[in-house]
Design a protein around this ligand. Structure first.
Ligand SMILES: [Zn+2]
Length: 108
C-alpha cells in the first residue's frame, strides 16, 4: 500500500492527472502522460499495476499477461515497481515506440 501512495504522490507532483481504477480492474490506476510529439495525440494513457518486484519480474509478468498487440492498445498495460527505472510498458510513440519506462519520460 505504501508503494501505491508513493506513486500517487509522484503522479500528482508530475502533473499527471491520474485516477484510481475500478476495484474490478486488473490494474491500480489510469495515468495519462503528456506527450508533445507532433505525431502523437497530446498524451499516452497507461493502465498501471503497482507491484513491489524487481524489474526482471515485472518484464516477465507483462509479457505473460499481455500479448504484443494488447500492449500497444490504449490504455497501455504498465507495471511500476519501486522507482522510475523499475517501470515497464510498450507503446507507439512518434514514428516509433517500443519499451518505455518512467525514467525516459522525466526529462534530462
Ligand atoms: Zn508520444
Amino acid at each position: 500500500m505504501r508503494l501505491k501512495l508513493k506513486w500517487a504522490r509522484f503522479f500528482t507532483l508530475a502533473g499527471w492527472n491520474w485516477t484510481l481504477a475500478s476495484p474490478a480492474a486488473e490494474f491500480d490506476v489510469i495515468v495519462p502522460i503528456p506527450c508533445g510529439h507532433s505525431e502523437c495525440d497530446s498524451s499516452h494513457v497507461l493502465a498501471v499495476s503497482i507491484c513491489d518486484m524487481p524489474l526482471d519480474v515485472l518484464v516477465r509478468k507483462c509479457a505473460e499477461l499481455y500479448d504484443r498487440q494488447k500492449s500497444y492498445e490504449s490504455p497501455h498495460p504498465a507495471f511500476f515497481g519501486d522507482g522510475p527505472q523499475n517501470t515497464r510498458w510498450e507503446m507507439a510513440h512518434g514514428a516509433g515506440g517500443g519499451t518505455e519506462s518512467v525514467s525516459q519520460w522525466m526529462g534530462e
